[in-house]
Design a protein around this ligand. Structure first.
Ligand code: GUN
Length: 304
C-alpha cells in the first residue's frame, strides 16, 4: 500500500508561508502584492480555476484583480489589456487563463506579458532561464510538485524519472526541473512506442497527459513515486467500470452523482503497487495554486 503524497496539506503549508511573508511585508508599509487574472470567454472549468485562484489570493492577503472578457474579445483587445497591466505599477503578476477561445494564439498573447510579471512562467524569456538553470519565474505546477517532492524527502539524484506528456506548461518544465535535481529523465508521450515498458522503468513517474485512468497499475514499477497531474471529469459509466476496478468508492460515486474527478493514473491500482502516490482531487491541483501565489510574491519582491 502506497504512502499518499498529500498535495492539499502541502499546499496549505505553502499558503501559510506566503500569508506570513505578505503580513511581514505589510508591517513594513510595503506595497501589497497584486495578481491580475484575465479570463476570456465562459469555459466552465476555467471559471472554477479562476475563482479558486482569486479565493486563494484572499486567503494569503494577496490582492487580486479579475478581468472577465467576453468570448468575442479580439486578440488586439486582449493585447491592450495585457499592455495596460504591464505598465500598471500596482500589478505584480499577470495570468491569462488558458485555454483561450478558438482563433486566439496563446503563444502570441503570452509573449506580450512583461516577463517580470509572467507568473505562469510561460514567456519565452522565463522558459529560456529555466532551460539554462537560472532564476526566473517558473511554471506553477511543476515547481510546486518539486517543492512537495523535496519536502517529502523523495530522492531524485541518479533516479530514473519518466514524464508522460510534453506540454509547455507541465511536461517540458517538469523534465527540466527533475534533470536539475540530477534525475535521468525520459519524456514520453502519445506517440511513444511501448509506453507501458517505458513507464515501468520509472522510479519517479509524472503523468500529465489529460486522459482519465490512462496509466494502469501494471505500468508502475513496484515502490515508484507516482505524481498524477491529470484532473479529468469522468461521466461515462462504462469507462468508469474499466478505470475504477480497484476503486469501488469512486465507482459508487460515479453511479450516484453522475460524474467523478479522475487523474491520469488508475489510483486504486497505483495505490497497491506504488511506493507513494498523489490522489485526485487533493494532490497536484492545490499545489498549482500555491505555486502561482509563490510566483506572485516572488515577482512582487523582485520588483520591490
Ligand atoms: N489552464 C489550466 N492550467 C492553467 C495554468 O496553470 N495557468 C493558466 N494560465 N491556465 C491554465
Amino acid at each position: 500500500m502506497a504512502q499518499i503524497l498529500d498535495g492539499k496539506a502541502h499546499a496549505d503549508r505553502m499558503l501559510e508561508e506566503i500569508r506570513q511573508a505578505v503580513a511581514t511585508r505589510n508591517a513594513t508599509g510595503a506595497r501589497v502584492p497584486c495578481l491580475a487574472v484575465i479570463l476570456v470567454g465562459e469555459n466552465p472549468a476555467s471559471q472554477v480555476y479562476v475563482r479558486n485562484k482569486v479565493a486563494a489570493c484572499a486567503k494569503t492577503g494577496i490582492r487580486s484583480l479579475e478581468f472577465l472578457l467576453p468570448e468575442t474579445t479580439t486578440s488586439d483587445k486582449l493585447i491592450d489589456t495585457i499592455i495596460e497591466l504591464n505598465t500598471n505599477p500596482e500589478v505584480d503578476g499577470i495570468l491569462v487563463q488558458l485555454p483561450l477561445p478558438k482563433g486566439m494564439d496563446a503563444k502570441v498573447m503570452l509573449q506580450r506579458i512583461d516577463p517580470a510579471k509572467d507568473v505562469d512562467g510561460l514567456h519565452p524569456m522565463n522558459q529560456g532561464l529555466l532551460l539554462q538553470g537560472q532564476r526566473g519565474l517558473r511554471p506553477c505546477t511543476p515547481s510546486a510538485v518539486m517543492n512537495m517532492l523535496k519536502a517529502y524527502g523523495v530522492p531524485m539524484k541518479g533516479k530514473r524519472a519518466v514524464v508522460l506528456g510534453r506540454s509547455e506548461i507541465v511536461g517540458k518544465p517538469m523534465a527540466l526541473m527533475l534533470m536539475e535535481e540530477h534525475a535521468t529523465v525520459t519524456i514520453a508521450h502519445s506517440r511513444t512506442v511501448d509506453l507501458p515498458s517505458v513507464c515501468r522503468e520509472a522510479d519517479i513517474l509524472v503523468a500529465a497527459i489529460g486522459q482519465p485512468g490512462f496509466v494502469e497499475g501494471s505500468w508502475i514499477k513496484p515502490g515508484a513515486i507516482v505524481v498524477d497531474v491529470g484532473i479529468n471529469r469522468v461521466e461515462d459509466l462504462q469507462l468508469g467500470e474499466r478505470i475504477f476496478t480497484h476503486d469501488p468508492k469512486k465507482l459508487e460515486a460515479l453511479r450516484t452523482r453522475g460524474s467523478v474527478l479522475c487523474g491520469d493514473v488508475r489510483y486504486g491500482e497505483a495505490f497497491e503497487i506504488a511506493g507513494s502516490v498523489t490522489p485526485v482531487p487533493g494532490g497536484v491541483g492545490p499545489l498549482t495554486i500555491a505555486g502561482l501565489l509563490t510566483n506572485t510574491l516572488q515577482a512582487c519582491q523582485n520588483r520591490g
